[in-house]
Design a protein around this ligand. Sequence first.
Ligand SMILES: Cc1ncc(C[n+]2csc(CCOP(=O)(O)OP(=O)(O)O)c2C)c(N)n1
Ligand SMILES: [Mg+2]
Length: 870
Amino acid sequence: MSDPKKAADIISIENSSDKGFEDEWKIEVNEWVESLEAVKDSYGQKQVKELLRSLQNFALSQGITLTEATLNTPYRNTIPLSEQPSYPGNLELEKKIENILRWNAMAMVLQAYDSGEGVGGHIATYASSATMTEVALNHFIKSRSDDYQGDMMNIQAHASPGIYSRAFLEGRLSIEELGNFRRELQEEGGLPSYPHPRRRPELWPSPTASMGLNGVNSIYYARFAKYLKNRGLLSKDLGKIWAFLGDGEMDEPETIGTINIASREQLDNLIFVVNCNLQRLDGPVRGNGKIIQELEAVFRGSGWNVIKVIWGSEWDSLFSIDHNDVMQRRMDEVVDGEYQMYSVSSGETQRAHWIKGNKELESIMSNLSDEELKDIKRGGFDHKKLYAAFDNAMKSKGKPTVLLVKTLKGYGLGKGSEGRNIAHQKKTMSDDERIEIAERLGIPLSDEDRTLAKFYVPDANSEEMQYLHSRRKELGGYQPIRFNSCEKLKAPDLELFDDFVNGVDRSISTTLVLVRMISKMLREEDIGKYIVPIVPDEARTFGMDGLFSQTGIYSPEGQNYQPVDAGTISPYKEAKDGQILQEGICEAGAMASFMAAGTAYSHFELPMIPFYIFYSIFGFQRVGDMIWACGDALTRGFLIGGTSGRTTLNGEGVQHQDGHSHVLASVVPNLMTYDPAFGYELAVIVREGIRRMYQEQEDIFYYITVYNENYTHPPINDVTQDSILKGMYCFKRATKDLEDKYQGEPIHLLGSGSIMQQVIQAQEELEQEGIPTNIWSVTSYNLLHKDYQEARSEGKSSYLETILENEQGHFISVSDWITLLPDSLARLFPGTFTALGTDGFGLSESREALRNYFGISSQAIVEKAKELAK
Ligand SMILES: Cc1ncc(C[n+]2csc(CCOP(=O)(O)OP(=O)(O)O)c2C)c(N)n1
Ligand SMILES: [Mg+2]
């Protein structure tokens, strides 16, 4: 029978100074607990829950709310000693290996510092997380096999030295690479600071260096795994997605804001491990509170399986004599600022502050000497406690798990670092510190080598090395790991898009053209199943609602209700094997889905083709960091900026009208950006995108803007696909007769996107007035610029310069974008160059009024051309 008195600690006792009341109250509580225990013994756990729920409902009806009591448990380990499994590993060898890893990780950073290059590095984070990652890697994190998809291990970026030093012992990195941490350009090779798949595509599964992205991305990887499974595309058993996170990092809204998705979608293939070292970069995470308790309430409130690992085994015996919960109450009341202070105080000071004159607590604590008290471990350094927690997480059914693990920043790095506010920034150590740490870790190097922070490599036949390899062999292979092999797809022939390539007589927008193209591809046998349409609650805006019934909206539960529009031709259809990812109003989640789908070739061995369609202004400026991370993650797929153009999206005003996303997109080096004007351009671009990304498997991705203005689309005629793809071609030549008669310099109008319609109109008017005018369609200013940069570095002429070789005159670029976009090319035009665009904020007006206001209407173009032609 468990000790019923323990229950008292979750109830705050008013009048606690009144001894008589306190005793009476305890008896009352004990009686209730005993009754409850009897219910459990007679009826089982379910009935206990029901009873408590009834009591809670009664309390609520009396106006008594129980929020804190139900969301928080006492400040102690979730798994009691009685349920702790025995440790299956060889603790002695594991600790030996961990010590070597700790030393080599520190040595990497010290060597980088000693090189005098000032390249930096972090020691303290791994020092706090080493034990948890080691227990996970020795016993839980599995790799891919014939029938298992493999786990994904996403680490805390600042703990990278520890993971590198393990990969080194495993024989996956050379000693030279390790020695050149943060010096990637060295001849013998070096290592990037953090997990960058771009730089180490065989090692790092996903980029985590920007705080907050690891959480949201891991959640959506886990969800995408279930999506693939439910759609019947994954035959192997799903692996787990592991996200190792910092406690300071948990403040990031991308993480906390998306945890409800994980429980709603029942992601029991997801495990968060939060390294609660109570510190972030500048100081305590919650000096005045307790981060573990705060996170417990948040995660439990979101329906997660929450496991706290707070105290090491040394506390177990003290708990067993804490009959009146005095120690537990003290644990509950002390705040993180004080716990941090204990970590830098002597045992004596710590004891005095801890017992605070309480005789009973003093007597409990008298079982430990000051030295023992000082040495007592936090749960995060106790292999057995960690093992119990991971073991529980593995067994969770229908719920994601979060482990809240209490650690100490800079653990084992000595007085100058452990628990100090400066720990995060610590990059070097004195000679004495180096020798002392090596001694403590049992590193058998000479003192000279210790001061030089030399790496220690145990003999390949040593017990510890054998153990290290055998554990990973048992678990399927090394981790973390990233795979790069995937089936190649054959891109569809352009004929699939004949309806657009041959022109469209009806007046339709480029958005609709794109949606029709997606719809066609979805029906294709070879690639249809791999298409992943992603929308954050805007499918109707883009005319995609027809896809709802064609493919269904993914929902792991299917559809348990009859939709309100059941009788219509495109009802809202949710299905377990639905293909559309309808993200709700969550751009961060939608982007994370894009990354999961766009890197599925790596982790899931499937060439998934995401089309993420969003309001273009809520893309780069909203989730630009995630798009940058997609570049790092070697993500493939199509980002589609819908309702784009500052004047084409009329009426919506300042915060909706996007005239700049192409400029923001221009900074992502491997992003192909396009702003097509016609259906055939779009068809050529999308088809080529699929060819390059899924047939040739190039590590690039696409950003294409589409508009909501309706107009007819000409056929492709004699335009070459190559010129569309390179970024510019002559759409219409000036009338020959006019040119022969004309005395001045010819006019060249450069149009793109919807504004091409204004350009076409302006050209007609100018020619009517006798001014010969050429029209050029610019599908991508950014790609023209990239080509120019490349050509310049090779000492060649750029594509733009080549096609303009025999031209002269006045060049006027007109677009729905800010003038900075075309201006980047101004110097390459053989004549005068003028850019008309939409600089400044948008405003609420009609399309026509907006185009007049920004000076990009056909009339404004004519005026500018006539002024130049004078
Ligand atoms: C978005 C973002 N902002 C700031 C940083 C800089 N930064 C790196 S680590 C760090 C503190 C991390 O604290 P915590 O998450 O608690 O991890 P710990 O090192 O304590 O384990 C900060 C602010 C970053 N990498 N990303
Ligand atoms: Mg921290």
